[in-house]
Design a binder for this molecule. Structure first.
Ligand SMILES: Cc1cc2nc3c(=O)[nH]c(=O)nc-3n(C[C@H](O)[C@H](O)[C@H](O)COP(=O)(O)OP(=O)(O)OC[C@H]3O[C@@H](n4cnc5c(N)ncnc54)[C@H](O)[C@@H]3O)c2cc1C
Length: 600
């Protein structure tokens, strides 16, 4: 099998292993089938979602449901569902692609789509029994039924296992009675079925159940929440009052709910990153089109350096987000294929395949959700006063983007998870961080080389820089682990600083690898702007690493150890040839301006 021959990185290993650019998947590698799928999603998004933007802003919940139904008819709800349950059974990359291009019209539809196809359906496809899958998944795949996911409660948000909802077995042992209050439930207003997490007796962990939405079975809904953004996404409280659920509707085993919830979220996180990509493309396009038209001081504002800088940074972040999201998606797809070839069931293969890259999923969720927010913010700025008006699309894009930093695990939780999971993997011996961390320590003790490296070939200096940034992470995180051991998790500000470094490494490396691969096959001259974007992103990343590295080092070390690490930080973030960032930004902006759209 082709996938077996390739050297596929394990989750988190990107930090300690070099990746060959030929081994990364890039958006330029989409198959013909994937491109066709993309075109049909774009057509749907343009015609149905974007053309009706104001209906979403006017809280037309029924219209969201109508769009979901049409998405079902067009097959978009079924891409990730195996064929035997009425789905298309497409690979992970294709499901990311659909999520990416269907999500940019409005956050309202994007949330409804994500909640249904992700957390509303996946727990059954991944953990359901054969009977449960046969009964529910085909209906969910076709859009005949819609799903919702009830984990959060008034007192249980980030601390998801602390919910008070209970499930009590009936005397005849035939069903559970569910009682409790769930909050912030997307799709609650129109769903036919809930995945509900509840606690049985004094169990340590919650249990998952499939609960059909029947108002005569003790299920009531709160009013629609009035929200900052995603205004036509139905979000309600759901109350369960002696709701009868047949015992055969338990998901997986008793006490397995927390695991189900977390694994569903891993998939949700990477798909949320995908869901923030096309928004950035569209915001950049709308921004540049306005900037090319709008004149001040008798000049199109796109001629001004201050605006060019924004356009360049917006396009760059979108490009980098794409690079990293599809790189990780293909790793997951390949890992699933390997597990299938080894004889795992589809369920097992998919679960383990995604779980393997949980670190990358968290990294992507944080990075891309923050990029889309910044992109929309700068989009408003390009529009000036008009950006603040409801009559232009920037205002809604900005409000809609805000939620991505909160749901699917807040960005604080995901930042800590990314580093926490990595440290755990190292402790279990799944990723060797100790060896490389010791090597960095030895290197710091030694005399630095004064040879002037040959950086004449494309990206040699940049790849060297990535290798050095990895050393910064190993140096800082390694010393912190040594100092605090298991208690590192108590030192959240250090975890956050470490995760900021980790995130930048993954994102910057992904952009460089994508561009290097493309420069090799399409020619450097055809990748001029992409090369500029990869270099610009790396420059910004180095600055972030410097700041966060410094913050960590001066906060937990002292004396000679501190001096040595500060010296290391300086050495590992030093450019031999600084990039001319103004030139880089101008190169990128001129291309976007000339094309009058995001064009990469
Ligand atoms: C529009 C919308 C739709 C949603 N859809 C769904 C849905 O369909 N199903 C569902 O189950 N839930 C849903 N949610 C809930 C969402 O997942 C939670 O809001 C989110 O997990 C955060 O929980 P919380 O709101 O209780 O905030 P809290 O957990 O109270 O967090 C508040 C702040 O404290 C921080 N914090 C919390 N714990 C820690 C910690 N240990 N260390 C450091 N910082 C911490 C958080 O990062 C955050 O900044 C939705 C929420 C919204 C707003």
């Amino acid at each position: 099998m082709e996938t077996e021959k390739k050297d596929i990185l394990r989750g988190g290993q990107f930090l300690v292993k070099e990746t060959n650019c030929e081994d990364v998947f890039t958006p330029e590698d989409f198959s013909e089938e994937q491109q066709m799928m993309r075109d049909s999603v774009i057509e749907f998004n343009d015609r149905k979602i974007i053309a009706n933007r104001e209906r979403f802003e006017n809280k037309d919940y029924a219209f969201t449901e109508e769009c979901m139904r049409e998405a079902g008819e067009m097959g978009f709800l079924s891409v990730a569902v195996p064929e035997e349950y009425g789905g298309m059974g497409m690979g992970f990359v294709s499901t990311m692609l659909v999520c990416d291009y269907i999500s940019s019209g409005t956050g309202s539809f994007s949330t409804a789509f994500g909640a249904h196809t992700g957390i509303g359906t996946m727990p059954i496809t991944l953990y359901g029994t054969e009977e449960q899958k046969q009964k529910y998944v085909p209906k969910l795949a076709s859009g005949e039924w819609f799903g919702a996911y009830c984990l959060t409660e008034p007192g249980a948000g980030s601390d998801a296992n602390s919910g008070k909802t209970t499930a009590k077995l009936s005397d005849d042992g035939k069903h559970y009675l569910i009682n409790g209050q769930k909050m912030w439930i997307s799709n609650a207003g129109f769903c036919n079925m809930f995945i509900v997490f509840a606690r049985i007796e004094d169990d340590k962990y919650i249990t998952g159940f499939i609960v059909e939405n029947n108002p005569e079975n003790g299920i009531t809904l709160g009013e629609e929440e009035h929200k900052l953004g995603i205004r036509a996404s139905s979000t309600r409280q759901v109350f369960f009052n002696d709701t009868k659920v047949p015992v055969e509707n338990m998901l997986s085993e008793r006490g397995n709910g927390f695991k189900i919830a977390m694994n569903a979220l891993n998939v949700g996180r990477i798909k949320l990153a995908a869901a923030c990509l096309d928004s950035q493309r569209r915001i950049t396009t709308t921004g540049v089109q306005y900037a090319n038209e709008r004149k001040q001081f008798k000049t199109p504002i796109s001629e001004f350096g201050a605006i060019k800088s924004k356009i360049a940074e917006m396009a760059t972040n979108a490009y980098v987000g794409e690079s990293a999201s599809y790189r990780a998606a293909k790793n997951i797809e390949d890992r699933i294929a390997i597990r299938l070839a080894e004889g795992n069931s589809h369920q097992e293969a998919e679960l383990k395949g995604v779980e393997e890259y949980a670190i990358e999923c968290s990294i992507l969720k944080v990075a891309v959700s923050e990029d889309v927010q910044n992109c929309a913010d700068e989009g408003i700025q390009i529009f000036g006063g008009m950006g603040f008006s409801e009559d232009t699309p920037m205002e809604a894009a900005w409000r809609d983007a805000r939620i991505a930093r909160i749901y699917e695990g807040t960005n604080e939780i995901n930042r800590m998870l990314s580093v926490g999971m990595l440290v755990k993997k190292a402790m279990k011996g799944h990723v060797d961080l100790l060896g490389p961390a010791m090597a960095v320590k030895d290197e710091l003790m030694g005399i630095p080389s004064f040879d002037i490296p040959d950086y004449s070939e494309l990206f040699t200096e940049e790849k060297d820089m990535i290798a050095k940034l990895k050393k910064v992470f190993l140096m800082v995180a390694g010393a912190a682990v040594q100092k605090y051991g298991q208690d590192l998790e108590e030192h959240q500000q250090l975890m956050m600083a470490a995760s900021n470094i980790l995130i930048e490494i993954y994102m910057a490396e992904s952009a460089i690898l994508r561009t290097e691969k493309n420069a090799k096959r399409f020619g450097e001259d055809k990748q001029k702007e992409q090369i500029a974007m990869a270099k610009l992103y790396l420059f910004n990343a180095v600055e972030t690493v410097k700041k966060n590295g410094m913050e960590g080092i001066i906060s937990f070390s002292e004396g000679d150890e501190q001096k040595m690490m500060l010296m290391g930080l300086k050495r590992f973030t030093k450019y031999t040839n600084f990039p001319n960032v103004v030139d880089l930004r101008n190169t990128i902006a001129e291309k976007v301006k000339a094309e009058n759209k995001y064009c990469f």
